[in-house]
Design a protein. Structure first.
Length: 128
């Protein structure tokens, strides 16, 4: 058996995530293609846009978002949100990480609602 040490895991997470700005997006669909690639479908709506998200430095095998992330107020119904995605660009870009909600945690966003990711809610980690 082999594995990274806790120190190495912290270095990997810090080198990849700490002191960099990423962008959180809301997912309406997600699947895995036969190639193994992820197919994340992001919300498309006139009043929607990704929001900046930053991660804490760590000395462990996980990190979380530094501050809460508020999406704009929905000016139309956004429908069912099934997860959150982290991208390296405010538009387009590369999918870096994703978190899918359990069915009971999925959210339906109606007009005049605002969705927020609470501080320390979005956790990214490396398994032990």
């Amino acid at each position: 058996m082999s594995g990274f040490t806790l120190s190495a895991k912290a270095q990997i997470l810090n080198n990849m995530l700490a002191n960099k700005t990423f962008y959180a997006g809301l997912l309406t669909s997600f699947s895995t293609l036969p190639s193994g690639a992820e197919n994340a479908v992001e919300l498309v709506a006139a009043s929607y846009s990704r929001r900046a998200i930053n991660f804490l430095t760590t000395t462990s095998n996980e990190t979380s978002n530094v501050a809460s992330v508020k999406f704009p107020e929905a000016r139309e119904d956004w429908g069912k949100i099934i997860g959150i995605a982290i991208y390296d660009s405010i538009t387009g870009g590369n999918l870096i990480n994703y978190a899918l909600f359990d069915a009971r945690d999925e959210v339906i966003i109606h007009a005049l609602m605002q969705y927020e990711i609470a501080k320390n809610f979005y956790v990214i980690g490396l398994r032990n």
